[in-house]
Design a protein around this ligand. Structure first.
Ligand SMILES: NC(=O)c1ccc[n+]([C@@H]2O[C@H](COP(=O)([O-])OP(=O)(O)OC[C@H]3O[C@@H](n4cnc5c(N)ncnc54)[C@H](OP(=O)(O)O)[C@@H]3O)[C@@H](O)[C@H]2O)c1
Length: 276
């Protein structure tokens, strides 16, 4: 049976660039909400020699994710899941961001776990902004509600996001909290899923030049400082992230699980060395 790699958010940005780095004997299943984007990505990947299937799916809807699993399982052995789908702060209100980024990650991990076995890997894309959350507002008891008390989880996460003063700031903080959840949840899943031989890793990109990244860079002043703090004083590219993510997913990384990989070009350490 052929191996299958599922990529959520595979129609654009880092998801698409990761797909380009997956070995060509692996069947790709791309998903997202917009079929035209997926079709465009399919064309690019097929021209490069990949076998590609696509289906529309909203990761915040558990039933959609279940259908996605069924399609992928019908094509072969699901070995790799790259969960890149997400919304940034300017793309929705606090609730929408929590639903897609946090509930979506819970849906993807929980559903695919049922269909994956020894040697499988799930890579959840978080964000360097996960590291910006003030500890006092990060409540792991709220994170624990995600799997079995989804409505309470969403209400509590949105409530925390609204603690941040300033108009429109709640969506920004909902993003930070949602990605902090992704880092926490990927680590939790890694320890649980190890009993089936499945690795789970989260990846936290810094500011990356995709449509989403460029939009956020233009919207927020603090991003200028982030760029200045990187080693090369620039945003990362989707191509660079695609290579990094595919490399992390490679099965030869058998010992890489239960951690977050921060790929921010040195922006976080730059605070220490560049501000002198
Ligand atoms: N770019 C950055 O600077 C940056 C930094 C840190 C983290 N990230 C994270 O990296 C990931 C990839 O982002 P990107 O920069 O590559 O941006 P992107 O090109 O906008 O990719 C995001 C993808 O997610 C899909 N998506 C959004 N909501 C969805 C939903 N509810 N269900 C299924 N698919 C959905 C989008 O397609 P549809 O709209 O068609 O659904 C899109 O293809 C995201 O999780 C993002 O939060 C990005």
């Amino acid at each position: 049976m052929a191996n299958v790699c599922v990529i959520t958010g595979g129609g654009s940005g880092m998801g698409l660039e990761t797909a380009r780095n997956i070995p060509k004997d692996v069947i790709l299943v791309l998903t997202g909400r917009t079929v035209s984007k997926l079709e465009h990505a399919k064309e690019i990947l097929e021209a490069e020699g990949h076998e590609v299937h696509l289906t529309a799916c909203d990761v915040s809807v558990r039933r959609d994710v279940h259908e996605l699993c069924l399609l992928a399982a019908s094509l072969g052995t699901i070995r790799t899941v790259i969960h890149s789908a997400g919304l940034s702060p300017t793309m929705g209100d606090a609730e929408k961001i929590i639903m897609v980024n946090a509930v979506g990650t819970k849906n993807v991990n929980m559903e695919f776990y049922k269909y994956m076995n020894d040697g499988g890997v799930i890579v959840d894309i978080a964000s360097s902004s996960a590291y910006d959350a003030p500890g006092i507002l990060v409540k792991h008891q709220i994170f624990e509600e995600a799997e079995y008390q989804e409505a309470d989880f969403v209400r509590h996460m949105v409530g925390e996001a609204r603690m941040v003063p300033g108009e429109g700031k709640d969506a920004g903080f909902a993003y930070t909290l949602s990605k902090r959840f992704v880092v926490w949840y990927a680590a939790k899943c890694a320890h649980e899923y190890a009993k089936k031989g499945i690795r789970v890793v989260s990846v936290s990109p810094g500011l990356i030049e995709t449509e989403m990244g460029t939009r956020e860079a233009e919207a927020w002043d603090y991003t200028k400082k982030m760029i200045e703090n990187t080693c090369e004083r620039r945003m990362g590219t989707a191509e660079e992230m695609g290579f990094t993510i595919a490399m992390i997913a490679d099965e030869r990384n058998g010992y890489l699980s239960g951690v977050d990989i921060l790929v921010d070009g040195g922006a976080s350490t730059g605070k220490q060395f560049k501000d002198k």
